[in-house]
Design a protein. Structure first.
Lengths: 239, 136
């Protein structure tokens, strides 16, 4: 297993960056995603959200922290579990990263740079800042995402170019303040709500999303976005 | 007293007892259950009361008034159950999270099962070979 040796020789400067990967029934793609991250020397935390087949079997021998939910709770819950674990391990920066290979590992450096420089506490990936990135997003997906921007504004009063991107980086301070209680996909809006309430500084960073057939099949459908709206309404009403 | 009245009062009593059990720790709800039982019994014994009350409130019949009140009670209990479910959900989340963090593993030192089984089978084979060699 060459990966193990290569991480041992890498500088430790990235060790305090914890990349959290929530995984639910991802299969072998998870192994690929993790393998692509290893050369960068970040600390990797995979949170298996109660997959039918434990995701550990795709990761044995790799330098990753593996946490498993005994029952499926949802992506938001998995991110929160990983974040709490990372803070216990004295993480300085926490990165939220998708398991399905649609985020690019080399862009993590771009996400954490403003936080290292203390320009802001949170960075959020956006597919719509760079026209080149935008071209890669399928048209029907663009429409759903733009509706998401509007809904997000309605609920959190934060206007972003892209929401539900899933690629974000948090400083230690921000990660400690942002406690996700929305177990499902509504956590993306919840995080923004907390950003506004706490006054944490945030910044959008242009990121490229790689759409593969696999990520498309796993991605959120139009129907699911309607689901998210219901979650958000329930959240407002049922405090 | 008509026999239906006895049956209805028995049902009201049962509902009140069940309600008191369900809200064991909440005195307010137990008092409410007792109050509902008493007023329901009164309505059963003197059926005219509901109609008078309904007319006073501008509702046509006593049975309609009961229907509306029942609907309100239904919505109320649905909301209570929903909130209870959310609390339960949160507790399960906390429990699951605590276990996941407690049992965190670092996988670098864990061998791949497939490699392991290949090794053991090859060991078995060499053992078997040496055994047969020894016999020869």
């Amino acid at each position: 297993m060459p990966e193990i040796h290569s991480t041992n020789t890498l500088p430790n400067s990235n060790r305090d960056v914890y990349v959290i990967i929530p995984a639910y029934n991802e299969g072998a793609v998870l192994g690929d995603t993790v393998a692509s991250l290893i050369p960068f020397g970040y600390s990797i935390v995979v949170v298996d959200d109660g997959s039918a087949v434990p995701a550990s079997q795709f990761l044995l021998g790799r330098p990753v922290h593996y946490l498993r939910h005994l029952t499926n709770l949802g992506q938001g819950a998995a991110l929160q579990t990983g974040t709490e674990f990372a803070l216990q391990q004295n993480a300085e920066i926490v990165v939220h990263f998708d398991a399905d290979g649609q985020h690019r590992p080399e862009l993590i450096a771009r996400m954490i740079e403003p936080i290292r420089k203390q320009e802001c506490d949170v960075t959020l990936g956006s597919r719509f800042l760079d026209p080149e990135d935008r071209k890669l997003v399928p048209v029907e997906k663009q429409m759903v995402l733009k509706a998401g921007v509007l809904v997000t504004w309605l609920f959190s009063r934060v206007w972003l170019t892209d929401t539900h991107n899933g690629f974000r980086a948090l400083s230690r301070k921000a990660a400690g303040q942002i406690s996700i209680t929305e177990n499902g996909f509504a956590h993306a809006t919840e995080i923004l709500e907390i950003l506004r309430r706490t006054g944490l500084r945030y910044k959008e960073i242009p990121t490229t999303i790689t759409y593969t057939d696999y990520s498309r099949s796993k991605g959120q459908s139009v129907w699911n976005s309607i689901n998210i709206v219901f979650d958000l309404v329930a959240r407002k009403v049922m405090r | 007293m008509k026999s239906i009245q006895a049956v209805l009062i028995a049902l009201c009593l049962l509902a009140a007892i069940l309600g008191s059990i369900a809200f064991r720790s909440k005195l307010a709800y137990r008092l409410l259950a007792a109050f509902l039982f008493l007023s329901a019994s009164l309505c059963v014994i003197f059926p005219g009361i509901t109609s008078d009350l309904a007319n006073a409130l501008g509702v046509g019949r006593g049975a309609d008034l009961l229907l509306y009140l029942g609907l309100l009670a239904g919505i109320h209990s649905f909301l209570l159950l929903y909130l209870k479910e959310r609390r339960l959900d949160r507790r399960i989340t906390e429990l699951t999270r605590a276990i996941a963090i407690r049992d965190a593993r670092f996988l670098a030192n864990e061998l791949q099962l497939s490699n392991l089984s290949v090794q053991t089978t090859s060991n078995d084979k060499s053992l078997a070979l040496s055994a047969t060699a020894g016999r020869q």
